[in-house]
Design a protein around this ligand. Structure first.
Ligand code: PLP
Length: 389
């Protein structure tokens, strides 16, 4: 293991984990595509055997992510959803899961369309900041509290420490989907969380060129079980995508500094704009959980949600005038992206539920990229002229 544990994050992100190359001493761990590794003899000790179980490139990524999140170990998976599904494999049949209300649509689909049918899971969607409601939702078979903070797309925060304390009293596992923050912006294990899940397709990769996921475990026991699950179900990340994620991580600090500072500037600017009804951004003093943001996050992050004065037609008109903010399902790349949650990320959610959680036709999610903020503001101002005020 490297000795970067006490270094600053900007140093850790470049050097953390086991990134050695015993063959050529290459500065960047090579992409080892071998499915199998030759054995010296029957029973001889071997670090790598078959790549579904262990692969050197994947291992370099896993050890780096584990250190960045302050965990005991990590598994890198084929996608964020494969990572989430691997966490669900930790739970017994007929488990009850408490979930952040307005959770990411893919997590909702996995629980409601798959695990409820195949594993007998039941779920309760709860405002996790209402600890009385969380406590009331706990049943004898509650095995996991699934936390998303900030939430997609309205950027509500959850007080991770309070939820972790309550969960521990009841021997319930906690997992935070840390996709929106990356380990740069918050490290849930510090607040007593057991598991941290990432869609590395977003900020960890950072360049919109890979699908990947990861789970970091707080304890060696949980890590061992997750490794076993990843091997048993084969949810693993391939070597080339592991390499891309590790390569992306090297610039995470630089990217997140620029992108979150751009997002803060844009959020402050849009808050004053006459075509906007509301800006949702935890870095704004007007955000109801701004104090919690300062407590558990480094910055407000790089995602800003805006509610236009208007609905679908106004949203279409604004999007039609943008060129740097591309209309896309994803987020977290260096290029700015815009998402219409009502029809895109949350398109599969029943309309009444969308209205109930505040996802309306005029809501847009901005994933702020690393471009010059002046250019982004100029084009947003131009696009918002499409709305008559
Ligand atoms: N969690 C969140 C918050 C997401 O936004 C996404 C994808 O958009 C996922 C999980 C799933 O990740 P993936 O698309 O890599 O499977």
């Amino acid at each position: 293991m490297s000795d970067t544990k006490h270094a600053q994050f900007a140093t850790q992100v470049i050097h953390a984990g086991e990134q050695k190359d015993p063959a050529y001493n290459a500065i960047m761990p090579p992409v080892v595509t071998a499915s199998s590794f030759i054995k010296e003899n029957i029973g001889a000790p071997q670090e790598f055997g078959y790549s579904r179980g262990e692969n050197p490139t994947r291992h370099a990524l896993e050890s780096c992510l584990a250190e960045l999140e302050g965990g005991a170990g990590a598994i890198a998976c084929a996608s964020g959803m494969a990572a989430t599904a691997s966490v669900m494999e930790l739970l017994p049949r007929d488990a009850h899961v408490i979930v952040t209300a307005s959770v990411y649509g893919g997590t909702f689909r996995l629980l409601e369309d798959c695990r409820s049918k195949t594993s007998g899971f039941t779920t309760s969607y709860v405002d996790l900041n209402d600890l009385t409601a969380v406590e009331a939702a706990i049943q004898d078979n509650t095995a996991l509290i699934w936390i998303e903070s900030p939430t997609n797309p309205l950027l509500k925060l959850v007080d991770m420490q309070s939820v972790a304390e309550l969960a521990k009293q009841h021997q319930i596992l906690t997992c935070v989907d840390n996709t929106f923050s990356s380990p740069w912006n918050q490290q849930p294990i510090k607040f007593g969380i057991d598991l941290v899940m990432h869609s590395t397709s977003k900020y960890v990769g950072g360049h919109s060129d890979l699908i990947g996921g990861a789970v970091v475990a707080a304890t060696p026991e949980l890590h061992k079980r997750l490794q076993y699950i990843a091997m048993a179900v084969g949810a693993i990340q391939g070597p080339f995508d592991s390499y891309l994620a590790l390569r992306g991580l090297k610039t995470l600090d630089l990217r997140m500094q620029r992108q979150s500072s751009n997002a803060q500037t844009i959020a402050e600017h849009l808050e004053q704009h006459p075509a906007i009804e509301q800006v949702f951004y935890p870095g704004l003093p007007s955000h109801p959980q701004h104090a919690l943001c300062k407590q558990q996050m480094k910055t407000g992050g790089a995602v800003v949600a805006i509610r236009l004065k208007g609905g679908l037609e106004e949203a279409k008109a604004v999007i039609g005038r943008l060129k740097y903010f591309v209309l896309a399902d994803s987020l977290g790349g260096v290029e700015s992206m815009i998402n219409h949650a009502f029809t895109m990320s949350h398109g599969g959610m029943p309309v009444e539920e969308k209205y109930a959680v505040g996802i309306t036709e005029g809501l847009l999610r901005l994933s702020v990229g690393a471009e010059a903020v002046e250019d982004l503001i100029a084009e947003l101002d131009h696009a918002l002229e499409a709305i008559s005020t």
